[in-house]
Design a protein around this ligand. Structure first.
Ligand code: SF4
Length: 182
């Protein structure tokens, strides 16, 4: 019997894409710039993994790669305490509503990093007539940075973190690797 193509039932995201940010309490640019740097250097990622790419995310937090050098080692077990969602792994249609719900529960400003080919496009599970995998988490929630690979190495995740820090502050904070393409 042919498999039915299930529809994804997800909670609604508001018209603003779920990225509403309240106006700053102190509307002074210099103060806001300092706050942005503080925020960028102390991102709290959510403890959230979906498949094999999550192993690389775990490795990034351990001694060899040591994401704490860049201020993002405080993985929080609650979306309400997180401002960075690393979508690490395959997003199935079954888990999709939970991904959207977790994103909605994060306080703004919040950032999303799609880690690995599965989160970006469905990866090796994208083929004709597949019916179980979301072909890119950006079909569900807004994504700020994409880190390709199957799986991406921990260094690639760190580079993705640097890109998010740059997006938050308007400048790059860490040296580029030797031989990096501009
Ligand atoms: S991109 Fe590759 S390593 Fe990452 S979750 Fe998909 S299959 Fe696993």
């Amino acid at each position: 019997m042919a498999a039915q193509n299930p529809t994804i039932v997800t909670p609604d995201i508001p018209d603003d894409g779920g990225v509403f940010v309240a106006p700053p309490v102190i509307g002074v640019k210099a103060v806001q710039d300092v706050l942005d740097v503080c925020r960028a250097m102390s991102l709290w990622p959510m403890t959230f993994g979906l498949a094999c790419c999550a192993i690389e995310m775990m490795a990034t937090s351990m001694a060899r790669f040591d994401i704490s050098r860049f201020g993002a080692e405080v993985f929080r077990p609650s979306p309400r305490q997180s401002d960075l969602l690393i979508v690490a792994g395959t997003v199935t249609k079954k888990i999709a509503p939970a991904v959207v719900r977790l994103y909605q529960q994060m306080p703004a400003p919040r950032f999303v990093l799609a880690l690995g080919n599965c989160a970006i496009s469905g990866g090796p599970f994208k083929f004709e007539n597949q019916y179980g995998v979301v072909e890119g988490v950006d079909e569900l929630i807004p994504v700020d940075v994409y880190v390709p690979g199957c799986p991406p190495r921990p260094e690639a995740l760190l580079e993705g973190l640097f890109q998010i820090q740059e997006k938050m502050t308007g400048r790059r904070w860490w040296p580029k690797p030797q031989g990096a393409v501009e």
